[in-house]
Structure formats: structure tokens, C-alpha cells
Design a protein around this ligand. Sequence first.
Ligand code: SAH
Ligand code: SF4
Ligand code: F3S
Length: 479
Amino acid sequence: MNSQIKLDINSDDVLENQYYISDIRKINDDYFMTHGIKMKFHVITYGCQMNEHDSEKMIAMLKNMGYEAVDAYKDADLIVFNTCAVRENAELRVFGNLGHVNHLKKTKKNLIVVVSGCMMQQPHIVKEIKEKYKFVDIVFGTHNVHNFPKLIKNVLQNQKQVIEVWDSEGHIIEGLPYERKLGLKAYVNIMFGCNNFCTYCIVPYTRGRERSREKEHILQEIKKLADDGVREITLLGQNVNSYGKTFDIPYNFADLLTDVSKIDGIKRIRFMTSHPKDLSDQLINVIAENKKVCEYVHLPIQTGSNSVLKRMNRKYTKENYMEIVNKLKDKIPNLTLSTDLIIGFPGETDADNDETIELIKEIEFDAAFTFIYSKREGTPAAKLEDSIPEDIQHLRFNKVLTVINNIIKEKNAKRLGNVYEVLVEGRANRDDSYLIGRSRENFLITFKGSDDLIGELVDVKITRPKNFSLEGEIINTPV
Ligand code: SAH
Ligand code: SF4
Ligand code: F3S
């Protein structure tokens, strides 16, 4: 089910773009009247949930402009690449895919090619697109999403490349509609940007300074979502634990979680991402005691070595991290904990990597997203010497991955016979008799069942634990 909600609070910029949306809608409706088919779009998203949610906003705008979604990019009249800059391989994939689209554009003259997102916040990338990818029609950055309709109108009128990249954030844009992939789950931005400046990370440069949305705006949005059938929401921010720090009145992330949980209809509340330095006791208590807040925390550690943590500017030690984990595990017995790891940061030694492995074994994460360090121009770490040769990075990466995979396999095996409440999301695969969903703990669970269970909460007993997911049988369906 696809669903879009309209919000009552609209920024002037959103209202201005309504005119462009109606203009383009007229053009696209005329096209439909004369050709009998709709203009089509395809959006390709790279990177994190923040980007996925931005894509949801673009998709809503495109549909309001009269475009129709299409599965294959070859069939589209407008293609969007919403890009990520966090690691080099994400950037390389975008340039590779742009190459394919160049071929397509030669046979399809009216195709509109759009590139947006974090990569566009880097001047050298925009320069490269201007010089080498002249067929790209629209370039815009992370602070310009609301102007998407204006930029399309511009291209339709002038048929010239348009570029709009603000180099710093303006005020928070309220009121952009968005299209949810699943009717029952929604992402909600609670804050934008990041002030942490971890030395390896490009995000503070691509997303700007940290700013929190007003709680009233967030709560109103979630109420509307609940009325529209949403049962699970994920509150989004690069560092949700520092929500509200810029407010005049004391109001923090734990307070927000408590207020969100009072909204009728919402059954599960998730959040991403938590930075260990800001995880308060008040927050731990809310996760432990509030029935709607899921017992799942994604808490990136990055490395188990204090000297590397210091050079990463993470502002905590492994001892601080352990202390938080122990508190979490104490207060929340059924906690699921996942993490992010960076392997091969400049100057990392074999001994540092061993410390990371020790810590992983001690904590026994339920999931870990492990990345090889990627040098990002413009970040402080790019200037560090002692970069680690690729073959050593790979060796260490594989060592870490083997340890993690073994832990997860063992933990999953112990889940045999456990019963989990699963929110059914859909078919595991097309034409499959299996349904798929997630438990409160964020476990991916598959089980046999009929379509009418999609969108429902069911109890599933695990019968076949696998390496990265769990298979089970429904023992209790909703009445
Ligand atoms: N705001 C989140 C993470 C955003 S980026 C947080 O601080 O937890 C997601 C993950 O990408 C990071 O946690 C980190 O593990 C990884 N990452 C960021 N920059 C990277 C780089 N230059 N090389 C490799 N991995 C990186
Ligand atoms: Fe990047 Fe660090 Fe901010 Fe996360 S907290 S987005 S890793 S700078
Ligand atoms: Fe990538 Fe931007 Fe997210 S760099 S990880 S898409 S904030």
C-alpha cells in the first residue's frame, strides 16, 4: 500500500512550489490526454534512512506532478539518483550508473536526468558533473529538496542544465508531503544535520549543522500518520540523543519519545541513530519502561581501540561504551544491540584491530554494519598519515566479519522456540508462500501465511534459525 499524508504546517517555500506542481501537472495531464499513457519516473536511492526519506518526499512531489512510478529505469521519462557520499564506493556506483543513463538519453531525447543528495554538497562533484556529465539536467543538494518542482519547471522551459546547491542549511522546511513504501510504517525526521565532526565523516559537511524540529510539528505529523494507519514509526536523526539541545526550554529526546508514545494507534517506536556520548540514563529508562518503544538500540562504536577512537574524535572511550552497554543490558533484559564499525582507519595497528575483536566478543552484538575506512576529501582524517594498505584493511575486515558472523549465528540458534511479535510487511519474495516481517527487536522473520495478514501483528514461534534471519510458524493471529 502506498500512502501520502498532507500536513497543516507549510513553509512558504513549500507553498511556492505548489504553483510549479500544478503547472507541471497540467503539462503531464495534457500528455496523458494526447498519448493515453502517463509520464513515468524512477528514483534510485543510495545511503542512509535520511536519504530514503528524502526520496519519499521527492516521490510524493513527482506523483503530485502527475508522474507515475515505473520499475525499470529504462522505461522512465525522469530518473533521479539520490546520492550518498559517505564512502567512495557509493560515489563510484553513481558515476557508473550515470554512464548507463547517458546511453539511454541518446535514444530518448526528452528524458530528464536528476542527481541530488549528499554527493552534490561537494563542489568538486558538481564541477565534475558540469564538465563531464553535461547530459544531467538537474543537480540539487540536500537543502534544496523542497525546490524540486521549481527545478523541473525550469528544465521543461529552458532545456538547460540547472544546478541549485545551497552550501548551508536554511530554516527547517515543514510540510513537505512524502510517500511511504509501506502503509503501516513511516520515517519521521526529528532533527537534521550533525555537529559531531567525527574526523572520517562527510555527513556534517553534506547535511549542515544540527537542528531539531519543533516537538509540536513532530507530534502533529505522527498523529496524522497514526490516523492514516501507520503503526510503527522510526524517528530519524544523525544523532537523535542530542534532540532539543538548541531549544530555549528543557525538552530532550527521552521527553519526545514519551510524548510520541501517548499517540493512539502507534504501536512501535524506533529511532536512529544514537551516539554513545549522548545516551542518557533518562533515555535508558524510557526504553526499558515504555511499552511502545522497541527494545532495539543501534549504537555505533566504530572501533574498540581508545587511541583510534580519539583520532576519530568520537568523544568516548571503550570503557565509557561498555558502561553504557552494561546499563542498557541491566535495565532492558531483552535488548537487541547493533553497531557500526570502521576497519583500517589511518594509523590502526593489528593490536587495535584485536581490541575491536575482543570488544565484539565481549558485547556480542546482534548485528554489526562493518565498513572499510574510506578517505573523504575535506574531512580532517583525509590529512592523517599512516593510511593502511588495502590488503591489510581487507585481512582485518575479514577477521572481524568472521567473528561477528559466528556470534550472530550462535545467537540466532539460541532463538529456536522463542515467540516474537511480528509486524507483517509483505511477501518474502514475489510468488512466495512466505511472509516477512520484523519483530520489536528488529529481527527479520519469515513464515508461511496469507496476504490478509500483511499489516497485522502476529505471534511467530521460531522453528528454523538461519544465519541472518529467522524462520518460524504463526501461533497466534489477530482476532
Ligand atoms: N550518524 C550516525 C552514522 C552515519 S554514517 C552515527 O554517528 O552513528 C553511517 C556509518 O558509516 C557510520 O557509523 C560509520 O561507521 C560509517 N562511515 C562514515 N564515514 C565513513 C568513512 N569515511 N569510511 C568508512 N565508513 C564510514
Ligand atoms: Fe558522521 Fe559522526 Fe555525525 Fe555520525 S555522529 S553523522 S559518524 S560526524
Ligand atoms: Fe550518505 Fe548522506 Fe546518509 S552521506 S549516509 S546519504 S547523510
